[in-house]
Design a protein. Structure first.
Length: 476
């Protein structure tokens, strides 16, 4: 007797509610009563002004035979927002978050950073640290992160494996450093290239998770020989144009040091240009003290800048001129820069970017003062679309658009223990308010509620997170 197994219907998920994103710098796109259909992590359709999300079967003929799950959050004070993108984070430094004392960059590296990173050769320690930082990152709404690990290939492969297990999208970079490094934490040029290849091969041939990709990671120019810089550039090209990440012009003493180490190069940026490390997939962290010539070089090569306002403030490195970069059409995203940055939250980083722009404006006299300031929607753009552009992934993530991946956080301004206080008259329409006093009060709209979240919100408001359509975090 032959038995036939009933054919399973294809499945899709329809997310229903208010969707807010920032397709244009400085502007919100707010879509209420909207249904977004997702299959295998990708957005297949968007139906605005949707009364019943189950009606998509009749609206989209190919879906007539689909099994549809509806996730309905079409209620007051809840909205979907794209997942944050952290363009610069040292996962291996996470235990040191908040530990920087009165150090400046080079002192901080010697006292706090190198000893901590070296300890993560022990995979038991690395497992604890990496697991915690990934979970904390996701809980704060970060769906994509560009990570620096350590010089250890084993530790780096563990980090990649954990990102895959927790579901986070990531660039994973084994740190490369063969010069001017502590005896206990350095490698030869040959070792650095070989271990980088080992990590790349592991990601491409063993892990096989499309969300996890390699990134070539020369720590910064002083820690790399000319031969290493050149070989890393060649490796990136050999592998089809891999991402590259490094540090640039973070601290004035660092810049002077680079000048003594590479006297043949006109500038710090020129060092990376000379050795072929400036591409449209290069992420340059900090960029606080750039010259006009250096900015032009970054623009011409289509490299991107990771703005790290918290760490720049904590280490007294300086204030990155973000508006100046944006005015030159240079790509800018945000980085938490753990552990010089004390917070794993890109929302917190966005707030700092907002404040740093105002500190820069205070130093300016004249009409340009207001222009230098970054607005709330501009900072949220940098946290999402800006970061995706810096990572050359804006065709895949950062917006709610057909064909892009569904990487999203659900924000609830009225979640349990929320740090945000929203009064009923602040979200009810005038004609719904029972008390006549309420009717006389100004009624905020979504930009006002978003500002409340921006300035007062934290991980308690990030009640659910999806990456590639998969729920990876929930406190509901």
């Amino acid at each position: 007797m032959v038995t036939f197994q009933e054919e399973k219907k294809p499945k899709c998920v329809v997310f229903y509610g208010t969707f807010i994103d920032t397709p244009v710098l400085g502007e919100y796109r707010i879509r209420e009563n909207t249904a977004i259909g997702v299959q295998d992590g990708m957005i297949l359709f968007i139906e605005e002004e949707c009364v019943d999300p189950l009606n998509v079967r009749s609206l989209y003929e190919p879906w007539e035979d689909f099994e549809i799950d509806v996730i309905d959050f079409n209620t007051d004070l809840k909205f979907f927002f794209p997942g944050f993108i952290d363009t610069h984070v040292h996962c291996s430094q996470y235990p040191n978050v908040g530990l920087f004392g009165n150090s400046t960059l080079l002192e901080w590296l010697e006292k706090y950073t190198f000893p901590m990173e070296a300890r993560l050769d022990d995979l038991k320690i690395a497992l604890k640290v990496y697991s915690k930082v990934i979970q904390r990152s996701i809980a704060n709404g970060t769906t994509m992160a560009s990570y620096y690990t350590t010089i250890s290939p084993s530790s780096t492969k563990l980090m990649a494996t954990l990102c895959s297990q927790f579901g986070q999208r990531a660039l994973i970079g084994k740190v490369c450093m063969d010069s001017h490094s502590p005896d206990y934490y350095t490698e030869t040029t040959t070792q650095s290239i070989a271990s980088t290849r080992e990590v790349i091969d592991f990601l491409e041939e063993e892990l096989l998770d499309k969300k996890i990709r390699p990134v070539i990671t020369p720590r910064f120019a002083p820690s790399c020989s000319r031969k290493l810089l050149k070989n890393l550039s060649q490796l990136a090209n050999e592998k089809g144009g891999l991402h590259i990440q490094t540090h640039l012009s973070e601290n004035e003493n660092e810049i002077k040091w680079v000048k003594t180490l590479f006297p043949e190069c006109e500038s710090y940026t020129a060092v990376y240009g000379e050795y072929g490390l400036l591409t449209d997939k290069t992420v340059l962290a900090h960029c606080v003290h750039l010259s006009d010539q250096e900015a032009n070089m970054i623009k011409d090569t289509k490299a991107g800048v990771s703005h790290c306002p918290i760490s720049n403030s904590c280490l007294s490195s300086g204030e990155c001129r973000v508006r100046w970069l944006l005015d030159q059409n240079i790509k800018v995203g945000l980085g938490t820069d753990i552990s010089a940055g004390f917070s794993p939250s890109i929302l917190n980083t966005s707030r700092s970017a907002h404040l740093v722009s105002r500190h820069l404006a205070m130093k300016i006299k004249g009409s340009n003062k207001e222009h230098v300031k970054l607005s709330v929607p501009e900072c949220l753009y940098l946290a999402t679309v800006g970061g995706a552009r810096v990572l050359s992934m804006d065709s895949e993530i950062s917006l709610f658009e057909v064909g892009k991946q569904f990487d999203s956080q659900l924000i609830d301004l009225n979640s349990p223990n929320s740090p945000i206080d929203v009064f009923d008259w602040q979200y009810q329409m005038n004609n719904q308010a029972e008390d006549t006093l309420y009717k006389k009060l100004p009624q905020p709209h979504y930009p006002d509620l978003l500002a409340k979240w921006f300035f007062n919100g934290d991980d308690r408001n990030t009640v659910q997170v999806w990456i590639a359509g998969k729920l990876v975090h929930s406190i509901m």
